[in-house]
Design a protein around this ligand. Structure first.
Ligand SMILES: NC(=O)C1=CN([C@@H]2O[C@H](COP(=O)(O)OP(=O)(O)OC[C@H]3O[C@@H](n4cnc5c(N)ncnc54)[C@H](O)[C@@H]3O)[C@@H](O)[C@H]2O)C=CC1
Ligand SMILES: O=C([O-])CC(=O)C(=O)O
Length: 308
């Protein structure tokens, strides 16, 4: 069973749908909104019946129904509104993480926990600290959104499929993310060698501002792309695929950073994070990553001690 906490919210229910569509497992949607997860589950079950998918969705307002889940995906919490940054959600969502960590510890103590709630690196840190699970089992989301976004914008410039691009965005998910065009590649060539500096600057800006652009256009934040990314992470763990994805990981010396969470490439398999990969960086890239990781640290330092 894969549980989604926040399962009646926009990203939560879309994630439930993606898990069913990829035929990964049954899905438990848990949410504090009365009746809402049950209603979403019913609709998802009808979807599965239409498509002939033999998986079930369940909905509940009781955390104990996550019992037995090997993967718990956390999408619960407040989304930002137009004009807000993700960082503005720090305090309110840290509270939500703290409450949910207690429940996961009690009902799914052996699970791998994927955290998407914003600001996602800081929320992954709170979840990690409050759960006390080994770091390979508490994995933050967003690299699998920021990097494919970079691939998308580059693919438009190059008129090629985004699937042909290996994009790299590191550090923080937020205003200070670090897109790395030299480390991103197309057919073996660095992306930076295939586009003009002006085009690179443009796609980097589009990537950083992508989330805000969606809110500006439609009034609420993304759901389709993040849900797809979460489903890929769950799939890599569930099927022990050992695929390399950029994820938010607790660093204990990797890249020279300690006691902080940042987006880095990692191998995902049955134990969660099987290995963190350390990319060789130029001096300039090192500075860019430092600035990004320091922005995560600033957020963590702004959290009262009970969240750390
Ligand atoms: N890291 C990323 O790339 C992305 C992060 N997000 C973040 O994900 C979060 C959710 O976004 P949406 O789904 O659009 O919001 P939403 O408002 O549609 O859904 C949030 C859900 O969480 C539920 N919830 C709140 N507290 C809860 C608790 N203690 N236990 C269980 N459920 C609880 C709410 O009832 C609601 O149904 C936001 O913080 C948003 O900023 C959204 C998109 C991408
Ligand atoms: O923009 C938001 O608030 C949601 C998010 O993190 C994203 O889409 O990158």
């Amino acid at each position: 069973m894969i549980t989604v906490v926040g399962g009646a919210g926009r990203v939560g229910v879309t994630t439930g749908a993606m898990v069913l569509l990829r035929d990964l497992d049954d899905v438990m949607l848990i949410d504090i909104k009365p009746n809402a997860p049950q209603g979403e589950a019913l609709d998802l079950n009808h979807m599965a019946a239409v498509l002939g998918i033999s998986r079930r969705a369940y909905g509940s307002n009781d955390y104990k129904d996550m019992s037995g889940s090997d993967i718990v995906i956390v999408t619960a919490g407040f989304p930002r509104k137009a004009g807000q940054t993700r960082e503005d959600l720090l305090r309110v969502n840290a509270d939500v993480m703290k409450q949910i960590a207690e429940q996961i510890k009690e009902y799914a103590p052996n699970s791998k926990v994927l955290v998407l709630t914003n600001p996602s690196d800081a929320m992954t840190y709170v979840m990690y600290k409050k759960l006390g699970f080994p770091r390979e089992r508490v994995i933050g989301f967003s690299g699998l959104l920021d990097s494919p976004r970079l691939a998308y914008y580059a693919s438009v410039k190059l008129n090629i499929s985004p699937a042909s691009i290996q994009p790299v965005v590191l550090g923080m998910h937020g205003e200070h993310m670090f897109p790395a065009p030299r480390l991103s590649s197309v057919g073996g060539a660095p992306l930076s060698s295939l586009l003009s500096q002006k085009d690179i600057d443009e796609i980097v800006k589009q990537t950083v501002e992508a989330g805000a652009e969606i809110i500006k256009l439609r009034g609420y934040s993304s759901n389709w792309a993040p849900a797809a990314g979460l489903a890929l992470m769950a799939e890599a763990i569930k099927k022990d695929q050992r695929k390399v994805y950029i994820v938010s990981a607790y660093l204990n010396g990797e890249y020279g950073y300690k006691d902080v969470i940042a987006e880095v490439p990692a191998v995902l398999g049955r134990n969660g994070i099987e290995k963190i990969l350390e990319l060789p960086l130029t001096d300039e890239e090192r500075k860019g990553l430092d600035a990004s990781v320091n922005a995560v640290r600033d957020l963590l330092n702004a959290l009262p001690p009970e969240y750390r």
